[in-house]
Design a protein. Structure first.
Length: 281
């Protein structure tokens, strides 16, 4: 079944991107207008139809900054430990339902797109790019500002930024997989309180990202560090760039594996995912 009317998608003379198509049930679908225009549409959709998601990112950052400051504070020198600050902040925000429930925040549109023949990896990839464009600037800015205000930062700023990106891409992979395994509709505390039958599953959905953060993510980096030690001896500061680029490569592989695993799950259990997205509870 065609997802977009071809005559509308191929109209070259219209300088403004057309409105996203709608499915048979009237729900707006993910468009297929080419990567750039699809990303532009996703960003537009995020800032007009997913304002609650944007607000939660701001709230997570507002809570995350002081939390990470407290956990990285060096009581002997009265300084924040610069190394790892931005990566810890990225982990704080991304190890949450903001990243691990990407489909749930947009359940109707995602489910309608799947019914119209779209793929899980493509829908998630567009939402991943939205996260990158919204979240990466404040994360990287915090890294730069902190290093500029500390007398002797441990790593050059470009190296630090590359490593921050590596952590973000790793979490996009985990977040994509959890987004298809445990999607749920955010109802707010009042709405959730009125549906006690949903509390058990909701609790599992909230806890799962943090289980991944404290368990799976730790072990996931073991082979990465083993290869880094073998190739670059990561404690040898002469190989900072080699080690950092390997971290990015590992992050990109994790991201790709997360998207591929999400697509496999959807192909194996399409009815389950669509039913989970259709839950009103």
């Amino acid at each position: 079944m065609a997802l977009v009317d071809r005559s509308a998608a191929e109209a070259p003379s219209d300088p403004v991107a057309p409105d996203p198509p709608s499915g048979s049930d009237g729900v707006t679908l993910e468009p297929r207008l080419g990567l750039v225009r699809d990303v532009i549409d996703e960003i537009r959709w995020t800032f007009t139809k997913r304002l609650g998601w944007i607000a939660q990112i701001a709230l997570n950052l507002a809570i995350g900054v002081p939390t990470v400051v407290l956990t990285t504070w060096n009581h002997h020198t009265d300084d924040v430990r610069v190394s790892g600050f931005a990566t810890s902040l990225a982990g704080w925000v991304l190890a949450s339902t903001l990243n691990c429930n990407q489909l749930g925040f947009d359940a109707d549109r995602a489910a309608a797109s799947f019914r119209a023949g779209d793929t899980a990896w493509r829908v998630l990839f567009l939402k991943n790019l939205s996260i990158l464009l919204v979240l990466t600037p404040p994360i990287l800015l915090s890294s730069v500002v902190l290093r500029l205000t500390v007398a002797h930062p441990p790593d050059p700023i470009p190296v630090a930024l590359v490593r921050d990106l590596a952590v973000i891409t790793v979490w996009l992979g985990f977040g994509s997989l959890l987004s298809v395994l445990l999607p749920f509709r955010p109802l707010g505390l009042r709405g959730r309180w009125s549906l006690p039958g949903t509390w058990a599953r909701w609790g599992v959905c909230l806890a799962a990202p943090y289980v991944v953060y404290y368990l799976l993510a730790h072990y996931w980096h073991v082979p990465e560090l083993a290869v880094a030690d073998l190739l670059f001896h990561h404690h040898d500061r002469r190989h900072l760039w080699g080690y950092s680029l390997w971290m990015v490569a590992w992050g990109l592989m994790t991201w790709g594996l997360g998207l591929a695993s999400s697509e496999v799950y959807y192909r194996l259990r399409p009815a389950r995912l669509e039913a989970d997205l259709g839950r009103e509870r």
